[in-house]
Structure formats: structure tokens, C-alpha cells
Ligand binder design. Structure first.
Ligand SMILES: O=C([O-])C(=O)C[C@H](O)[C@@H](O)C(=O)[O-]
Ligand SMILES: [Mg+2]
Length: 429
């Protein structure tokens, strides 16, 4: 089988996203993603998915040009290519990245996010060529299904009037009753048994009340609250004290390792993060200071599935838990997450996934959650099939956009409802 890459296709798309609230604002009605296809001389095509904002696209294009002629099995070579691809310094914010609230943005992280889309596509192609599932290429699964948690959001019933958007059938959730009703829908539709509430939207007392309401409605179920660093150390400690008896963990209550270390020193509630440990370089300080007890990997910004395994091994070495972060993603990434999660022995928390919020996909068949779990496929590669008509449709939407939606901006989306809105200072409370 000839594994030489003969063609690479990059297709930016815009996919519908409901009006989900977070501390920076609200999700745009459509959000950008990039679909990567890698074709080999032997006739197999692999697919990958990553962030689709302009700065990722601008890196992905020169990256794709350098891939042709290489082998899909040359996964380490992807990192060498990444070193060669220059990042336009003006594109690196150095601040918390709104396109996912995933810690401080750096040039390396941008590159790794691009690598991940190609790595997954190469693994998919390699698996198809060899007749092996991706988990087998990663050393083999240690479980047959991967558990996910219900990702609860405060949300409006619809995007603001006058904003072009798709409808969703989740309704509004703006108080404890609304959050419990949303959680019930998640259990009815997908069988989830653990729940994460995206916080940092309302004053902490209101979010504490919502978590208390969840604890009363679902006694004994794992619960998490994640305000994306919106609280001071004092507020974080006060929330930890009030909710300590019901939380599985508190996620990024305060921003940055020093603040997280101070919170961790003052509570027994474990702290999880997808914001202060987002790169290998950030691990040493955070672990040395015992600032976090669970690292939420995201294969996109950690640089792919094998890097996720490396992260898991480091966490295991230091007795730190590992699980998975998610923001708006489609079925290709859910399949990739499921394959890699199935290979991580020390995965003891349900992973996050936004997938239930995404009514649109680029696959011929959506992935399914049963009893809150996704079965680990044994079909070659990722085990998913691209729906070319859907891909074209969603790409045409991207082409038709005059540019306002091509870069995720939750604060800008919020201004459609509240014209004076700007990203709140951190800490907000
Ligand atoms: O766990 C997290 O921090 C996230 O999933 C970050 C995401 O950006 C989420 O807050 C969102 O999409 O609104
Ligand atoms: Mg988080």
C-alpha cells in the first residue's frame, strides 16, 4: 500500500451553535471549524478537524503544502514541519483565547492546534490503509466505551432578534430550574450521569444555587462547575466551601497557576484545569505547586492524540488526574477523542463534549451517546465517513459570510443583545 500523501484538502466551514453563555459573552450563531483531508497514492483518504479561525487557516495552508510527498505514517515529521511554519506575531494575542477560553494563546499552541488536525487525518488514513482502528495505532484500547458528561450551559432560548441563526429545541436556561430541566433533557436524550455547569455567567451565589439544585435532582451524581477563571481566590474558596460536599471537582475557578495554587492550598475540593496547564511547558510549575489535581487535555491544542497520551503518562507519573476538555467540535473530533481516551488507563473522570449542542455535522452518520458513553469503534481508521454534500453546504456558508463569523468572538456576539458589552475584567467576582 502506497502511503505517500498526494493531496491535502482544507475546507473551512461554519456550523450552527446555540446561544450558550460563558463569562466572555455568548456563542456566535455559527462557529468556524476546519476540516482536513489527506489523500494517499494508495487511494485512501484520512480526515481530521481543528479550529477554523483565520489564524489557524493561515498556518494550515503552508503546512498542507509541505505535507505532499511525505508518508502518512510520518507522524513525528508533523512536528518538524510545524517548526518551519512561521506564525505571524500579530496574530498571537498572548491573552486568554476567546476561541475556546483555553488559556493563554502562544505561537506554539497555534501550531500544535494545526498539527492536531493533520495528525488525526494521517492516523485515519494510516488506519484505513492497514485495516486497523486508530486506537490500535495508539497501542490499543483499554476500554470498549468512553464516558462523557453532560455539558450544561446557561443559555437563551434563541439568538438575539435580527441575528441569522438556526433554531434549537433546548429552550432557555437562566436559573436553577432551567439548568435542572436542561440536565434532565441531557439524561433523557443521551443517558449522561455526570454533569458540568459552565459558570462565570451569573454572580457566584446564583451558580451555587444551580449546582445545589442539580445535587438535589441528581443525588450522588458527579457534578462540576467551571467559571473559566472568573473568580478571585477568595471567591473561589468561598464557593469551594459551600459546594465541597457535592463537587467532583471545581474547574478553573481562578485564572493562572499562582491563583489556582492558592485556591488548592485552601480547599480539599480537587481543582481541574483546561486553562492554566495547556502546554507541556506549563506542567512543571503547576505540578510543583500542587495547583491542579486534574488536567483536562484537549487533543487540538496539545498537538494531537499521541501528545494526549504523553500528557496522560506525565499526569500518571505525578499522581495527577486526567480527563478531556472540549469546545465546539464535530463528529470527527469526537471520534478522535474517543479513540485516544480509550487508550488512556488513568482516565477516571467522564470527558467533556460539546457535541450534543452541535445539530450539524459533516459525517454521513452522527456518533451516538448511549448511557452517556460513546462506543469505541473497531472499524479501520476513525470509523467515520465524510458527507461531501454537507461539507460543501457548510463551506458555502463560510464563503457567504463577509468575515464577521469567521473568527470566533463571544463578546462581539454578546453585543448583538447588549451593545455596551465588553469582556469582563478577570477576576469578575
Ligand atoms: O471547559 C472549558 O473551559 C470550555 O469548554 C471552554 C469553552 O470555550 C466553553 O466555555 C465555551 O465554548 O463557551
Ligand atoms: Mg474549562
Amino acid at each position: 500500500m502506497n502511503l505517500t500523501i498526494t493531496d491535502v484538502r482544507l475546507t473551512p466551514i461554519l456550523v450552527a451553535d446555540p446561544p450558550l453563555l460563558n463569562t466572555q459573552g455568548v456563542h456566535q450563531p455559527y462557529t468556524p471549524r476546519l476540516i482536513v483531508e489527506v489523500e494517499t497514492a494508495g487511494g485512501v483518504t484520512g480526515v481530521g478537524e481543528t479550529y477554523g479561525d483565520t489564524k489557524y487557516l493561515e498556518l494550515a495552508r503552508p503546512f498542507a503544502e509541505r505535507l505532499t510527498g511525505r508518508q502518512v505514517s510520518d507522524l513525528n515529521g508533523l512536528f518538524t514541519i510545524a517548526d518551519d511554519v512561521a506564525v505571524d506575531g500579530s496574530q498571537v494575542s498572548g491573552a486568554v483565547d476567546v476561541g475556546g477560553l483555553r488559556g493563554v494563546q502562544t505561537a506554539d499552541k497555534l501550531r500544535l492546534s494545526v498539527v492536531s488536525g493533520f495528525e488525526v487525518a494521517c492516523l485515519d488514513a494510516l488506519g484505513k490503509a492497514l485495516g486497523l482502528p486508530v486506537h490500535a495505532l495508539l497501542g490499543g484500547k483499554v476500554r470498549d466505551s468512553v464516558e462523557y458528561s453532560a455539558y450544561l450551559f446557561y443559555k437563551w432560548a434563541a439568538h438575539p432578534e435580527g441575528v441569522a441563526a438556526e433554531e434549537d429545541d433546548w429552550g432557555a436556561a437562566l436559573d436553577p430550574d432551567g439548568i435542572v430541566a436542561q440536565a434532565r433533557k441531557f439524561t433523557e436524550r443521551y443517558g449522561f450521569t455526570s454533569f458540568k455547569l459552565k459558570g462565570g455567567v451569573f454572580p457566584p451565589q446564583e451558580e451555587i444555587a444551580a449546582v445545589r439544585a442539580l445535587a438535589a435532582a441528581f443525588p450522588g451524581h458527579p457534578l462540576r462547575l467551571d467559571p473559566n477563571g472568573a473568580w478571585s481566590v477568595e471567591t473561589s474558596l468561598a464557593v469551594a466551601k459551600e459546594l465541597g460536599d457535592v463537587l467532583e471537582y471545581l474547574e478553573d475557578p481562578a485564572l493562572g497557576t499562582p491563583a489556582m495554587a492558592r485556591v488548592a492550598a485552601g480547599t480539599d475540593v480537587p481543582l481541574a484545569t483546561n486553562m492554566c496547564v495547556t502546554t507541556f511547558a506549563e506542567i512543571k510549575e503547576a505540578f510543583a505547586r500542587d495547583a491542579v489535581q486534574v488536567v483536562l487535555s484537549d487533543h487540538h491544542y496539545w498537538g494531537g492524540l499521541r501528545n494526549t497520551q504523553h500528557l496522560a503518562a506525565i499526569c500518571r507519573t505525578f499522581g495527577v488526574g486526567v480527563s478531556m476538555h472540549s469546545n465546539t467540535h464535530l463528529g470527527i473530533s469526537l471520534a478522535a477523542m474517543t479513540h485516544v481516551a480509550s487508550t488512556v488507563p488513568n482516565l477516571h473522570h467522564a470527558c467533556d463534549s460539546h457535541y450534543p449542542w452541535q445539530s450539524e455535522d459533516v459525517l454521513t452518520e452522527r456518533l451516538r451517546f448511549e448511557d452517556g458513553r460513546v462506543a469505541v469503534g473497531d472499524r479501520p481508521g476513525l470509523g467515520v465517513e465524510l458527507d461531501r454534500d454537507r461539507l460543501r453546504f457548510l463551506h458555502r456558508r463560510w464563503l457567504a459570510d463577509e468575515g464577521t463569523l469567521r473568527d470566533r468572538d463571544d463578546a462581539a456576539a454578546m453585543r448583538a443583545a447588549e451593545p455596551g458589552w465588553s469582556v469582563p475584567p478577570a477576576p469578575r467576582w
